[in-house]
Design a protein around this ligand. Sequence first.
Ligand SMILES: *[C@@H]1O[C@H](CO)[C@@H](O)[C@H](O)[C@H]1NC(C)=O
Ligand SMILES: *[C@@H]1O[C@H](CO)[C@@H](O)[C@H](O)[C@H]1NC(C)=O
Length: 517
Amino acid sequence: LHDLNYCTSVIKHKKEDVNHPNAKPNFIIILADDIGWGDLDANQPEEKANNTPYLNLMAEQGLRLTDFHSPASTCSPSRAALLTGRYGLRNGVTHNFAVGSEAGLPLSEVTFPQLLQKAGYYTAMIGKWHLGHNGPYSPTNRGFDYYLGIPYSNDMGCTDTPGYDLPHCLPCVTYGSARAGCYSKVGLPLIENRSIVEQPLDLWTLTEQYQSAATRMIRNARYDTSVKTNRQPYLLYLALAHMHVPLAPPPPQDATITDVYSASLREMDNLVGAVKSAADETDNTLIWFTGDNGPWELKCQYAGSVGPFKGKWQTSRGGGSAKRTTWEGGHRVPTVAYWPGRIPANTTSSALLSGLDIFPTLLSLARVTPPSDRRVDGIDASNILLHGEEAGHEFLFHPNSGAAGRFGDLQTVRAGKHKAFYITGAAEACGGASGRQQLHDPPLIFDLEHDEAEETPLQVQTPEYQAAALRIARRREELLWDIATDESVSTADYSTDDSAAPCCDPGHAVCRCSTLG
Ligand SMILES: *[C@@H]1O[C@H](CO)[C@@H](O)[C@H](O)[C@H]1NC(C)=O
Ligand SMILES: *[C@@H]1O[C@H](CO)[C@@H](O)[C@H](O)[C@H]1NC(C)=O
């Protein structure tokens, strides 16, 4: 009987969609963690890797964005900027929150899920939040009807069967012994809505939990008969644990997958494929896959590939040039947008875009008016997605993310093919070596069109350098003035306290849920 009801509702909804060409679209934002530009096979077909067949298919049936950047090179600032469309200097989130963080993304900030929720969307988030886990800062208070996931990174807590990490982490049961590099005071919690449902979380079943929650959500939205009027549109924000260490991939079925990272990439890709299949059963759904920052090179063989974006000026002076840096490897992320019937198939765009743009673009596609009481740094990219328009950001700023300078400061600027550094610095490379921070006056300027590896800066005396430097300096001054006079700037509270850690049973050494087994 139930199935019969579902069937009639399917037919009815189909008819409604046809009769209402203005029906609001569904959105699925998939955010991978620490993924490299080169991890997407389709970005480097000459490498002949076969790790991301479903993402390749999505690119073949949609649009691959080759010059798309995460809004920061580290986790919390990147996610805060994605959800608010604003640089960290405006939204207040300039570095990562901790296990013991009392607060999170400032409550004065508005997220696009909040705005979509108000506009009638069902909003769900599955995955890593990392924008504050206490009370009003948790996902269900920041615009999501439903939440399942981990409050911060998957290495910020012990588990009973740790995955692959460097240095290797010990299980929770050995709590008390020294373990360099692994956070161990609290078991990693899994949270549903506002409650801890598992602690420590089993990393080896997390992918399956995310996948079934995501596909269930999509199918329920599709078949929801409780909605009286039109089908309720949905937003799913799926913030994957992949490719952040510890990796916990199943044993590879495919003999061509020989290393842990590739096996994990394939596992992620399968999850994306399952979400795509479920979404393919719903009409009018945009899937936008991207990353939160580049690979964590310190993790050696458990880190992804930056592709050709090697940041050679930096690496030749020591240290890494990916996650935490403003070299291309730190923020140029693999990105695919897929929307059958709306986004032209098998296309690529080299428009300069950012995760900042997701906020204004989704609001535009859903015909929701952006808030008028704040300045947003993202741009509406809907004409690039739908109509092949090429004009992305004229200028894009890459905030300092830990490798050099003050967190959040805007000292690396992209303008067309040029990229200027007023400060440089390295992250820790595999083995731990790092480089010195260096101020540049005049700035280093690279021509990314001819030097994607950022190896040789332009000669200062050349007219090309002079013109680019002037344009960039002017724009940077304008933006800094704009931020200095912005009355909607927020300040994040980064204070920590052990009692703020999510804890199933505070009496237990690692907060293990005793009653839940
Ligand atoms: C979580 O919230 C959703 C929607 O608000 C609700 O339907 C669901 O039952 C809740 N789940 C749990 C485990 O509380
Ligand atoms: C997609 O485009 C590429 C390059 O233009 C072409 O080789 C390939 O056959 C196309 N694929 C499909 C499915 O049309």
